[in-house]
Design a protein around this ligand. Structure first.
Ligand SMILES: [Zn+2]
Length: 66
């Protein structure tokens, strides 16, 4: 599971959007435009190697852990 697609909810418009995540580069922090409403979402990807989980934070107020 190096690159995977995850459905997330845009915090601006509430639409479900598909984002690609690449876990091969470690923790990531970037901005990606929503394809629906074109607002910019702040995406933070944190890899917890100790617990083997990936945490994805979208714009700070939408936390999705799996
Ligand atoms: Zn949106």
């Amino acid at each position: 599971m190096d690159v995977f697609e995850k459905r997330v909810t845009c915090p601006h418009c509430g639409h479900a959007i598909h984002m690609m995540f690449d876990t091969t580069c470690g923790d990531q922090n970037y901005f990606e435009d929503c394809p629906i409403c074109c607002n910019t979402n702040h995406v933070v990807l944190h890899i917890d190697e100790l617990h083997q989980t990936i945490q994805i934070f979208i714009d700070g107020d939408d936390e999705q852990i799996f």
